[in-house]
Design a protein. Sequence first.
Length: 243
Amino acid sequence: MVNSRTQLRIEQAIVAPALMPRPFFLLPDFASDHRLFDEQIREFPHLRTPSWIRPHDGEDLSAYAERFARWLNFPSGAVIGGVGFGAVVALEMARKPYVRDHLGGLVLISGYRSRRAVSMGFKMKAFVNSRVSDKVLRKRLVKMASGVNEDGLNRRAKDRLMEMAKRADLEFYRWSVSQTAGWRFNGPEVDFAHVPVLQIHGKYNRVVPSAGNPSVQLEGGHLVQYTHAPQVNDTIRRWISEL
């Protein structure tokens, strides 16, 4: 006869897997880190927001994404995604069969969905950034951070943006902007149509204005993960629960 304690352990073993949260990874944007996801980290305790690894000399975006994916070693069924450049890298990771074949889904927040979303203005910025000094580039990043004025952006978020701009790795920033400017990806619907994709975008996003046909369009700008955190978090939670 099974005693009550043994029965409890059996029931826990049966129920526990169903209650385990799906592995979830979000990658940050240019010149940023995990602080970009303050509101999501609070909402999803199991969320991982890894720091960028440094690119090898001569390494392109495809090779970088492959090496980074192997380093992260995503569990089967993981959901991966990011903001801006983080979305680009997540999409590149998903192009690799060993990632794509075991992927739960992709979450693109204020992100480039394909090369068509990368404007000529952005490409010009990449060209200029490659030629200015570190001192000038740092001033530009700090000026951009101090000038952000989106509705709903609180003081803490503004401070976070300034902190990240002051400490951004300039070499990585130049490399990531350059790689995005030369991106040759045609979109998830072309390369891996079977992978579920959630795209959340701000209607007034002037940083990445061309978003294709986002799954969810919010009344915000580029930083909706800050300014519209409850809506972003609720959307992600519901979408993941239905995978």
